[in-house]
Design a protein around this ligand. Structure first.
Ligand code: AMP
Ligand code: GLY
Length: 425
């Protein structure tokens, strides 16, 4: 079949790499893609939110399956769009309905869902302009640190962990009265701070059955030892050593099964990934967040360990036959390191030439923020530039290979962390 993949980051390069290995994939298109995805299919210059243009492409190219990488089109309702148009109905879209995507698109919706289905999460309350004064009171009596979350999508920036009451009051006021995150911040979730160690669990579900993909942990801070500003992710590892059988049984019983049950009971259309961001508090799992898609850079370590044919999995998902899939994961460890632009996650330059991309040995280089110029050079086109994934018998071995290759690939202002997975080494 012909497949269209939406997105343009490292996650999408990893998807393109994996999908193109399937015998079931005849022709792969990626919109808009990047120079990395172009190695596995044909890039088409379309916006992931231009549903009409995507529909036209699907008909023209006889697309049978659309795999949605980022959250934006899902939150904007791409699945519902395909279902509502007679001539698009036959196309399988991997992703949740618009309502399902609210698990990521609205923190308040996700919290309500978790409370309703008894899923462990931090205690919280929701505030907006109407109960603003009450919110101030709530902050005054809240233990520190306290977590403030803009309800809507805020490009990963909508979460503030306030160390003092003053800071919390200022942030809360900024969000609600001064539109700090625009409409996304007009509703604010205030929740208790949980202390523990984080990891992510990925489930693919049709709202009835599910399969569990390898667990992963990403490293969000810019600096070594998890210091400095938050980023989209500086690296990731899979598997996560503490997510052993006993922990995963708790995750399954207390979180995954109630989540699937909730999706089904609420009649939410779901044919896609649920990314569950967890925190282990003294060995007990709590949900920090849901995402309605795969993680980036987690996908760059999860897919290299998945031994199944991904297209076969997606087919079974749409046929309601997920129960026929036995998920096979390699027992090896994968580590990925992001090479980022100087200045990231704040201001950085684009258009800087990248060289020695072919020098990496024993690693898979996934393009994230790159672009090809008219004269054929590969240049930087984002803060996160490439992800270097290695698979090894141990985390140390995988990390060493990625670090070695990270040093070989060159561009001016290159920066990366060498300590991905540090707490497990
Ligand atoms: P999110 O955008 O929801 O992923 O939040 C960003 C980061 O903030 C998470 O990865 C956690 O490190 C942290 N965080 C969010 N909520 C909490 C919480 N209730 N307790 C502790 N840390 C949190
Ligand atoms: N790496 C975190 C995310 O994809 O949201």
């Amino acid at each position: 079949m012909n497949i269209l993949l939406l997105g343009s980051g490292g996650r999408e390069h990893a998807f393109a790499w994996k999908i193109s290995q399937s015998d079931l994939c005849q022709k792969l298109y990626i919109a808009p893609g990047n120079p990395g995805t172009a190695l596995h299919g044909e890039n088409v210059q379309l916006s992931v939110n231009d549903f009409n243009a995507i529909a036209t492409l699907c008909i023209e190219k006889h697309i049978a399956m659309v795999v949605v990488g980022p959250e934006d089109p899902l939150v904007n309702g791409i699945v519902d769009f395909f279902e509502q148009h007679e001539h698009l109905k036959h196309i399988q879209v991997v992703g949740p309905s618009q309502r399902g995507a609210m698990l990521e698109g609205s923190k308040a919706f996700a919290k309500e869902f978790m409370i309703k289905y008894g899923i462990p999460t931090a205690s919280y309350r929701e505030f907006n302009a109407d109960n603003f004064e009450e919110g101030l009171q709530y902050i005054h009596q809240h233990a520190l640190p306290v977590v403030l979350k803009a309800d809507g999508l805020a490009a990963g920036k909508g979460v503030v962990i306030a160390q003092t009451t003053e800071e919390a009051l200022t942030e809360f006021t900024e969000m609600i009265q001064h539109n700090k995150f625009g409409k996304a911040g007009s509703n604010v979730v205030i929740e208790a701070f949980l202390t523990g160690i984080e990891c992510s669990v990925f489930v693919l579900t049709d709202g009835n059955d599910y399969i569990l993909l390898p667990s992963a942990k990403d490293y969000k801070r810019i600096g070594e030892g998890d210091t400095g500003l938050n980023t989209g992710g500086m690296g990731a590892i899979s598997p996560v050593p503490f997510a052993d059988e006993a922990f995963m049984k708790k995750v399954t019983d207390q979180i995954i099964l109630p989540t699937i049950h909730g999706i089904k009971s609420d009649g939410i259309g779901y044919n896609g990934f649920v990314f569950i961001g967890l925190i282990s508090v003294n060995g007990e799992p709590f949900v920090i967040e849901y995402n309605c898609r795969m993680g980036d850079p987690e996908t760059e370590v999860v897919l290299p360990r998945l031994e199944n044919d991904l297209v076969d999995i997606f087919n079974k998902l749409h046929q309601g036959k997920l129960n026929e899939i036995i998920c096979q994961h390699s027992s090896a460890t994968a580590a990925t390191i992001m090479l980022v632009s100087k200045g990231y996650p704040e201001e950085y330059q684009k258009g800087i030439e990248i060289t020695q991309l072919d020098a990496a040995e024993g690693s898979q280089v996934f393009h994230a923020g790159t672009m090809q110029t008219d004269d054929g050079r590969i240049v930087t086109n984002g803060g996160r530039v490439v992800a270097i994934t290695s698979v090894g018998d141990s985390l140390q071995q995988a990390l060493d290979t990625s670090v070695l290759n990270a040093k070989k690939i060159q561009f001016e202002g290159k920066y990366f962390r060498t300590d991905i997975g540090w707490e497990f080494i």
